[in-house]
Ligand binder design. Sequence first.
Ligand code: 5GP
Ligand code: ZN
Length: 119
Amino acid sequence: MENNSNCIFCKIVAGQIPSNKIYEDDDILAFHDISPLRDIHALIIPKKHIASLADTENSDAEVLGKMMAKIKDIGKLVGADAGFRCIINTKEVGGQEVPHLHIHLISTKDGSCVGKMIG
Ligand code: 5GP
Ligand code: ZN
């Protein structure tokens, strides 16, 4: 698996930084955000280092599709059955702080709306 030794999320994939894992398979990992914006806040990442949604290759289509297809299951695992919002901040202009592609999955435990804007 290609990874970047300076990347926080690659270190999480490698187990060098601990994380509160929700779901893992050969290609993707989901874990709880360290500073949640709502009471449910998960991050879904490819295990392979992809810097952002603006840095994908055509050959990444499979892992990108897998991330999208698994969101519903990850949502169920964190109690977001009623619905959730997904956000992909992309590069500095898009508000991205960690340069390893990630999907934020945000929801609430009481079923109230997460709000129209996050971040
Ligand atoms: P971004 O602003 O890049 O879209 O989102 C990065 C997210 O990663 C933030 O919500 C931040 O709280 C989370 N984060 C940063 N460092 C860590 C970490 O070491 N562990 C976990 N679980 N989340 C992190
Ligand atoms: Zn990385």
